[in-house]
Ligand binder design. Structure first.
Ligand code: ARG
Length: 457
């Protein structure tokens, strides 16, 4: 039975009915819908809008419906949407009393409420998963304060750094992602019920009571706004899209690092796949999928931005499109965070390869130039001298470490201590400024991150 059948004399077209229906996907909201209805009903009973006895019966029956769905005894089917399904089921079980549940309420404020309840749970879940990832990155970093590796710019070796420094860069990004989800949660956690279809309701309702029962911090301030905006959905999707961007970037690095040309890391067998034809292959499929799935989460965000951009106030059916975006982005991000955190814990870091790669790539050239600067050569001139020294190395198959002092001296005012100055460890140890890779600076960053983790949810 349609909730709105009174106004109609004819039946809806079959194809139109199925086109209009959101049940196939919004059935995921059943718990939120029932929870919201129970709070609404308790308020109606308390405020004397419907008889207490009816309210008690409705609440008891809603609990039974919930238990039946959870227990697999009641299949969610044959309704326009989840709100219609629950109400129809209620009425079929208790008759006239059930018909009073929708007093002072519209599906417009009801769906806004359900979506907010759902997203609040999703945000909490994602926050927990991001926290686990940040903890893992911080642990790996702490164990690799002295693991020397090249820092890159333009994917060309730049300067020596440590694996801790590189991984903590990502820990910072994911910590900001957690902040974004926490902020999104604050804006999600506002109670819209009581807004009715668009101009609230004339019944003497108590919105504060509903908010308290459902654990909301606040109630929405304007009924038109409450039923017609989905910016809180877009907040969630944009936080999800940014988190996916970070996961994708890190995945890209792991893909590069696990290639034979790099061999900086090796993924465990648990998180790799093989080829059906090439026996030698061990492929980083998880990371590639993570990178690929970023596209769909961006798509979810873009879909909702586009859905909303031309909608006149207040509710429009276009907004029904928000559900699949929310579910898809949530499921995708959740799966990606889970697999990524697990994969990192099992990834082998090839310290010796990282070390050789650092020494072999002229990453100490900046140190060489700074050495000359300390001896009075203007930086720009020192830069030119070391540039020529690098050409010499390339021509003769040498590294800055394997040059003799005589060769150095052909280019400038060098002494034996140049060999200490270009040691990666020394270059790193001198970068003590906050944010730099020296073990002391890293220990401070890690301690600050541990504090941040404590305050995450
Ligand atoms: N299924 C609808 C949605 O997701 C519920 C609200 C329906 N409201 C309406 N006025 N048709 O948006």
């Amino acid at each position: 039975m349609k909730l709105w059948s009174g106004r109609f004399e004819g039946e809806i077209d079959k194809a139109a009915d199925s086109f209009n229906s959101s049940l196939a996907f919004d059935k995921r909201l059943y718990k939120c819908d029932i929870e919201g209805s129970k709070a609404h009903c308790a308020m109606l009973g308390k405020c004397g809008i419907i008889p207490r006895g009816d309210a008690d019966l409705i609440i008891k029956t809603l609990d039974e419906i919930l238990a039946d769905i959870d227990g697999g005894r009641l299949e969610i089917a044959d309704a326009e949407d989840i709100h219609s399904f629950v109400e129809n089921e209620l009425v079929s079980r208790i008759g006239p009393a059930g018909k009073k549940l929708h007093t002072g309420r519209s599906r417009n404020d009801q769906v806004a409420l359900d979506t907010r309840l759902y997203l609040r749970g999703a945000a909490d879940d994602i926050l927990g998963l991001i926290k686990a990832l940040v903890v893992r990155l911080t642990d790996i970093s702490e164990a690799n304060l002295d693991t020397v590796m090249p820092a890159f710019t333009h994917l060309q070796k730049a300067q020596p750094t440590t694996l801790a420094h590189h991984f903590m860069a990502y820990a910072e990004m994911f910590a900001r992602d957690a902040e974004r989800f926490a902020q999104a949660r604050t804006r999600i956690n506002v109670m819209p019920l009581g807004s009715g279809a668009c101009t609230s309701t004339a019944y003497p309702i108590d919105r504060g009571m509903v908010a308290r029962q459902l654990g909301f911090d606040e109630i929405t301030a304007n009924s038109m706004d409450a039923v017609s905006d989905r910016d809180f959905v877009i907040d969630f999707l944009s936080a999800a899209a940014i988190a996916m961007m970070h996961l994708s970037r890190f995945s890209e690095e792991i893909i590069i690092w696990s290639s034979d040309e790099y061999r900086y890391v090796e993924l465990s067998d648990k998180f790799s796949t093989g080829s059906s034809i090439m026996p030698q292959k061990k492929n980083p499929d998880m990371n590639e999928l993570l990178r690929g799935k970023t596209g769909r989460v961006y798509g979810d965000l873009m879909s909702m931005l586009t859905v909303m951009k031309g909608l006149p106030l207040a509710y429009d059916k276009d907004m029904q499109e928000d559900k699949e975006c929310v579910f898809d982005a949530y499921d995708t991000l959740r799966a990606c965070l889970n697999v990524f955190t697990a994969l990192l814990g099992d990834m082998k870091i090839n310290k010796d390869v990282l070390r050789r790669s650092t020494d072999g790539g002229f990453t100490s050239a900046t140190e060489c130039a700074d050495y000359l600067v300390r001896r009075g050569v203007p930086f720009r001139d020192a830069h030119g001298v070391i540039g020529r020294l690098v050409i010499h190395c390339i021509k003769h198959g040498k590294t800055l470490q394997s040059l003799t002092l005589d060769e150095y001296r052909r280019f400038g005012d060098f002494d034996e201590d140049i060999f200490d100055a270009i040691k990666a460890e020394n270059a790193i140890a001198q970068r003590k400024a906050p944010g730099g890779p020296s073990p002391d600076a890293m220990r401070a960053e890690i301690a600050a991150m541990r504090d941040k983790i404590k305050s995450m949810l």
